[in-house]
Design a protein around this ligand. Structure first.
Ligand code: IMP
Ligand code: MG
Length: 368
């Protein structure tokens, strides 16, 4: 996966696949024109690589020229096509073959046809390396097509996203809805909170700590908070549907988030299933669960230190800490298995400097 400006792109066609398509166009044109000395007119900027490799495959008499048009800005055609470099002036009585990198809506093509219709060229043909038939307006016949591709934005091999990516040898496809959703596990003291803060910043994630969400809803007397409190007051567990509804609110409140860090939920495989069902309904999924692992004795020392400073009573009593660890082990073991089966469980060494640990977590996330 690569990143250009603010977008992620995934591999789509290898260099070999691209060159096969180039060769295919060259062979088809050679069949029709090898005795006619056509003028190939490349459309700048996008077609420069195609023109170059095309000519290496087209070893027959020919001439080469370029025009330059511009219609694209960002990910979509602006609809306004500007001519920046006009038609060559020796086209009288000649066979013109346009070499386009890609024909998508066909707007640029219309402008090209218009440009050449004012000349006295003998004939005018269109060749394109890539073609997106599903959005093409179909106004003109495209005489030679290297490869038909789906209506997804691509970069590489001359094609750009805001001028970047032209130098890639392969073709990459825009990765839509690139979201990173994580579940973070870790024993008390493992540094979950600290690391969540860094990951939040680095990957534009929203940290959803279930405990915080509960406290917030109860404190503000929201409908769900009141409902949750009614169970808590009776000494009962809050049903998963109620918790999920709260998480749903959090997800919906953050439409611009690059993803979410779920912390404190799920705690059971039933909850993991419920979370999956909910995420699927939003066209989302858990990409990875990461457990920050650390040796119990080290964590106990950390917590006892923290307890001295914070005064938190549950951080000052070693037996209470050990009890929380046992509880954690018991609860996460089935989840560890659940996510391992799905190939989503990652264990990260939580001992080291904060930066070292952030690095380890980032390595996992970057590999997704
Ligand atoms: P059209 O005018 O919509 O057919 O678009 C043609 C021009 O838009 C091409 O010459 C490219 O410069 C650009 N373009 C269209 N689709 C893509 C794409 O998927 N990636 C990069 N540029 C594209
Ligand atoms: Mg172009």
């Amino acid at each position: 996966m690569i990143k250009l400006h603010d977008k992620y792109f995934k591999p789509f066609l290898s260099e070999a696949q691209v060159l096969t398509a180039v060769k295919k166009v060259a062979e088809k044109i050679a069949k029709d024109y090898k005795d006619k000395t056509p003028i190939f007119v490349g459309v700048l900027n996008g077609a420069f690589m195609f023109v170059s490799d095309f000519l290496k495959e087209y070893q027959h008499p020919c001439e080469v020229s370029f025009v330059k048009l511009s219609s694209y800005s960002g990910l979509s055609s602006t609809g306004i096509v500007e001519t920046l470099l006009d038609v060559p002036d020796n086209v009288e009585g000649r066979s013109i073959i346009i070499l386009e990198d890609i024909i998508d809506t066909g707007r640029t093509l219309k402008e090209l046809v218009h440009l050449f219709s004012n000349t006295n060229a003998k004939e005018f043909k269109i060749a394109t390396l890539f073609h997106k038939p599903s959005i093409y307006n179909g106004e003109y016949v495209i005489d030679y097509v290297g490869m038909e591709i789906p209506d997804k934005f691509i970069v590489g091999y001359g094609l750009d996203y805001n001028e970047q990516g032209r130098n890639l040898k392969e073709i990459y496809q825009l990765k839509e809805n690139h979201m990173i959703n994580l579940v973070l596990f870790g024993k008390p003291g493992a540094g979950k909170g600290t690391q969540a803060e860094f990951l939040k910043e680095k990957y534009n994630l929203k940290h959803i700590s279930t405990g915080d969400v509960f406290r917030y809803n109860i404190k503000n007397g929201t409908e769900l908070g009141t409902l949750a409190k009614s169970y808590i007051d009776k000494g009962e567990l809050v049903p998963d549907e109620v918790t999920i509804s709260m998480l749903q609110d959090e997800v919906e409140k953050n439409p611009d988030a690059g993803g979410f860090i779920f912390d404190g939920f799920p705690r059971t495989t039933t909850q993991a299933d419920a979370l999956n069902t909910f995420l699927e309904s939003k066209d989302m999924k858990i990409d990875a669960t990461i457990a920050l692992e650390a040796n119990d004795e080290i964590l106990i020392q950390r917590l006892l230190e923290r307890g001295k400073v914070s005064g938190r009573s549950d951080d000052q009593d070693e037996s209470k800490i050990r009890f929380r660890f046992d509880e954690y082990n018991e609860k996460t073991a089935p989840l560890k298995e659940y996510y391992t089966t799905q190939g989503k469980f990652h264990s990260v060494n939580g001992i080291g400097s904060i930066e070292e640990i952030t690095e380890r977590l980032s390595a996992v996330i970057n590999s997704l």
